[in-house]
Design a protein around this ligand. Structure first.
Ligand SMILES: Nc1ncnc2c1ncn2[C@@H]1O[C@H](COP(=O)(O)OP(=O)(O)OP(=O)(O)O)[C@@H](O)[C@H]1O
Length: 232
């Protein structure tokens, strides 16, 4: 169980997260929606320990060292010249000298990275980097997986393939926290939907309830952006 307790984050005077609390149960898949700049990525970065909260705490199964059992899909980075997918995967798996195991080789094929394994990362396309980042999130088979706009910008074939792949992980009772601007991604993968609005939780509902009330996550989001949702 992941507990987010009274998280506030300020950058200078800017309050980006304002006393956010919620619990994610093991095996749950939560989709986090919201406007650009609402605080979604900051929230995930705090949960996984990449940045510090101004106040509040995050506990995973009652413990503070959340990073030990999570996988996070990093945003696109700038890499040293000569860094390749192969080297980066080895680094993440901490097995510089060993051959990849069967699971890793399968993942490389599923994510269609096999042909670009030894190419300089700075020469990869945006979608190729994104697929690599998504693979790194799961390479160590974590129980808690955080995906920040995982399929945005991928071609439809890869969007469907990765959605199917993460759907299978969900069946294995992995816990997923997904930031997305694509309502269909949330509807496909998640059983709980949240909207973050100006650093606060504006809406937190079961997918079932959203679909029953609005017909779809997209319809709910349209209502939200039109100012016709009053959840606060
Ligand atoms: N390191 C930083 N220093 C100062 N302000 C920051 C920093 N990181 C983020 N912010 C600000 O915090 C706010 C929330 O940013 P965040 O990236 O969490 O939004 P988001 O909801 O993920 O947006 P998007 O949908 O555009 O990815 C923004 O106003 C952003 O400018």
């Amino acid at each position: 169980m992941l507990e987010i307790k009274n998280i506030t984050k300020k950058f200078g005077k800017n309050v980006v997260l304002d006393n956010i609390s919620f619990v994610v149960k093991a095996g749950e898949a939560v989709g986090i929606l919201g406007s650009n700049g609402a605080g979604k990525s900051t929230l995930i970065e705090i949960i996984v320990g990449q940045i510090k909260a101004t106040s509040g705490e995050v506990l995973l199964n009652g413990e503070k060292d959340v990073y030990k059992n999570v996988g996070i899909q990093f945003q696109e980075g700038v890499w040293p010249k000569g860094m390749t997918s192969k080297l980066l995967i080895k680094y993440f798996k901490k097995n510089w000298s060993k051959k990849f195991d069967d699971r890793t080789n399968d993942l490389i094929k599923i994510f269609e990275l096999d042909k670009i394994m030894t190419k300089d990362l700075n020469q990869l396309s945006g979608g190729q980097k994104q697929r690599l980042n998504a693979l790194l999130a799961i390479i160590n088979n974590p129980d808690y997986i955080f995906l920040d706009e995982m399929i945005t910008g991928l071609d439809l074939k890869m969007q469907l393939r990765l959605s199917d792949f993460f759907k299978e992980l969900k069946k294995e009772k992995k816990t997923l926290v997904i930031i997305s601007h694509i309502p269909e991604e949330v509807e496909t993968l998640c059983d709980r939907v949240m909207i973050i609005d100006q650093g606060k939780i504006f809406l937190d509902k079961k997918l079932e309830e959203v679909v029953k009330t609005f017909g779809s996550v997209r319809n709910m989001l349209i209502k939200y952006y039109k100012g016709e949702l009053h959840e606060k």
